[in-house]
Design a protein around this ligand. Structure first.
Ligand SMILES: Cc1ncc(COP(=O)(O)O)c(C=O)c1O
Length: 474
């Protein structure tokens, strides 16, 4: 199709051609995590509509959304009850704040519902507008907790290399992305990092089984606590499964040992559930799948299935009791903490997840089905390891699957593969040479077959490139 010519498929009600959208985009819109010049040269893909697990772009091309938008559209696109909930609330009361001893019914209802679906110690919630704001709240809340307990010297929060906890100053500092730290003088003081529990990187070269490695990796936390002094450490934060870092599923031994270490030293344990929450791993929260009980949980994304922005922190009894019973104002909050429209959509979304039985669907049906399909993909000549957890999956592309030798980074094989996905109507993300997916939870077995067939085709095309370029011996 000629990009310059408006046609039915290329314009819809927006009334502009793809080329026109791209020109206006490049002229005015600074995209997140984007090389602006490179994008302006290429032109962005303009997504105009979506239904179920399918996106449509301004050229009318249908694309299978293997990433649920950005790990968030858990109930899939086009769910009318969410649209109705937002419209109804906008008519009724589009906004009121929660600052000055006021509340709105949707915020109260969502808080109540979140307490119902969370593990038992979680009965309170602090609302934010996003996951990043949620993690900023975590930093302030854990320090406030230790102040209230008369231990204000407990300031340090330990996180992990290659973690992603958001883009605000505190979120990016908690995260362990070196490229982010290099911009803007991060991390802020009082945040330190230990290595990630990535068996392929740290365990396999040392000949450790995954389970042995899980314990070794967890004990890096204990070493760090002892180095700093437990009386100075406030909390440890981690994603149950690292998402943006490449869907790194830790060994089963890792999290229970992390919990034991946190308890032993009295430090708070924070689970960042922004990706893993709301059914993604086959339980309501990732910590339930990975076998640990945190004191705080950050959430966002799946709470509204991304239909409107909302995030927050679920606060377990240990911290909530201190905040409430010891009194005084927690001097923290956002204009949109408990936004009524966002909360109304959150309520409708959680009810829908329940009605559709999506958590069980992931746990008992499509999660195991995807795991089998990925086991099969593991035999592909380019795949070094294949991992899934619920409806998240990763394929590591390697130069030599027998020795595990990686591709030289300058070949950017992940991006080559992503290019094929893009051209073949599949959204699959590349994190280095890890190809990752996290499709909407409503996906069916037949749709997983379609997704996996597309993945295999793109792997084959990447292998053909690699053979042509002499990058592989197979
Ligand atoms: C684990 C995790 N925490 C926090 C965030 C930040 O959330 P937001 O982009 O809503 O600020 C993300 C975003 O991807 C995430 O994956």
């Amino acid at each position: 199709m000629n990009n310059d010519t408006p046609s039915e498929g290329s314009t819809g009600w927006h009334g502009r051609s793809t080329r026109q959208w791209q020109a206006a985009d490049a002229a005015h819109f600074l995209h997140p995590f984007t090389d602006f010049q490179a994008l302006a040269r290429k032109g962005s893909r303009v997504i105009t509509s979506a239904d179920n697990i399918w996106l449509q772009d301004s050229d009318g091309q249908r694309i299978l959304d293997g990433m649920s938008g950005l790990w968030c559209v858990n109930v899939g696109y086009g769910q009318q009850v969410l649209v109705d909930a937002a419209a109804h609330q906008m008519r009724e009361l589009p906004f009121y704040n929660a600052f000055f001893q006021t509340a709105t019914p949707p915020a109260i209802e969502l808080a109540e519902l979140l307490a119902e679906v969370s593990p038992p110690p979680f009965r309170h919630v602090f609302f934010t507008g996003s996951g990043s704001e949620g993690n900023d709240t975590v930093v302030r809340m854990v320090r406030r907790y230790w102040d209230l307990l008369g231990q204000p010297q407990r300031q340090v929060i330990i996180s992990r290399v290659n973690a992603y906890h958001g883009s605000t100053m505190a979120g990016a500092s908690l995260g362990g992305m070196s490229g982010m730290h290099a911009q803007g003088g991060l991390p802020i003081p009082g945040i330190v990092h230990i290595q990630q529990p990535y068996w392929w990187e740290h365990g396999r070269p040392r000949g450790l089984s995954r389970e042995e490695f899980g314990l070794v990796a967890a004990r890096w936390l204990e070493d760090k606590i002892e180095e700093i002094g437990a009386d100075k450490v406030a909390a440890f934060i981690g994603e149950p499964v690292q998402g943006a870092g490449g869907v790194i599923v830790p060994p089963s031994t890792y999290w229970p040992e992390i919990e034991r270490i946190c308890r032993r030293h009295g430090i708070l344990l924070v689970s960042d559930e922004v990706i893993c929450g709301f059914g993604r791993t086959g339980q309501w929260f990732g910590c339930e799948t990975l076998g640990f009980q945190p004191d705080l949980m950050t959430f966002a994304k799946g709470v509204t299935s991304g239909y409107v922005p909302l995030g927050g922190v679920l606060v377990g009894d240990r911290v909530a009791q201190a905040l409430i019973e010891r009194g005084g104002e927690f001097a923290h909050g956002y204009t949109y903490s408990g936004h009524p429209v966002a909360c109304a959509v959150g309520v409708a979304n959680i009810r829908l997840i329940r009605e559709l039985g999506l958590v069980e669907h992931v746990r008992n049906d499509v999660g195991p089905y995807l795991a089998l399909a990925f086991e099969d993909l593991a035999s592909h000549p380019l795949v070094g390891e294949a991992q899934t957890c619920g409806l998240m999956g990763a394929l590591l592309l390697v130069k030599d699957k027998h020795t595990g030798q990686p591709f030289p980074p300058d070949l950017e094989v992940g991006l080559v593969c992503r290019g094929h996905c893009f051209a073949n109507g599949l959204v699959m993300r590349a994190v280095g040479d890890r190809m990752i997916i996290a499709p909407p939870l409503v996906i069916t077995r037949a749709q997983i077959d379609e997704l996996v067939a597309l993945v295999r085709r793109c792997l084959d095309l990447t292998l053909a490139d690699a053979r042509r370029g002499g990058w592989v011996l197979v």
